[in-house]
Write a protein that binds this ligand. Structure first.
Ligand SMILES: [Zn+2]
Length: 134
């Protein structure tokens, strides 16, 4: 019998999730603080959103789309023939990749965080994996 149990490993998983949740909560607070603020340039805005997305990926969190509420990957979009600019929220709706646009002109919308995988699904997967070890 191995000296380290699956239960011990799952404790580390829980600790990791707790730590991620605490950091995500801090990040969300900072983002809410910036709501309505305007960046000096498109470049600065794009860089900021890219950094937020990088942190979210590391934390296993997503942004709740302000239009439809689905967990999404976000970026700042400022291209196109009409020089269209907005915060972009990319997610799947009915199996199709959809991008919703919100806000614009480098003004921060209200950004709420959501775990990348729902807790319900996490619990289901955890129960399934535990059942296999017995
Ligand atoms: Zn959406």
């Amino acid at each position: 019998m191995p000296a380290v149990s699956v239960k011990q490993l799952l404790c580390l998983k829980t600790a990791l999730e707790d730590s991620n949740r605490a950091i995500a909560s801090k990040l969300e607070m900072l983002l809410l603080f910036l709501e309505g603020e305007q960046f000096k340039s498109e470049k600065a805005c794009k860089k900021f959103v890219k950094t937020v997305q990088m942190l979210l990926s590391r934390l296993n969190y997503l942004i709740r789309c302000p239009k439809c509420g689905k967990p999404s990957i976000t970026f700042y979009f400022y291209r196109g023939p009409l020089n269209f600019r907005a915060f972009a929220f990319q997610h799947r709706v009915g199996g199709r990749k959809i991008t919703h646009y919100f806000g614009g002109l480098c003004r921060m919308p209200k950004l709420k965080l959501v775990p990348a995988m729902s807790y319900r699904r996490r619990e289901k997967l955890l129960l399934r994996s535990n059942a296999g070890t017995r």
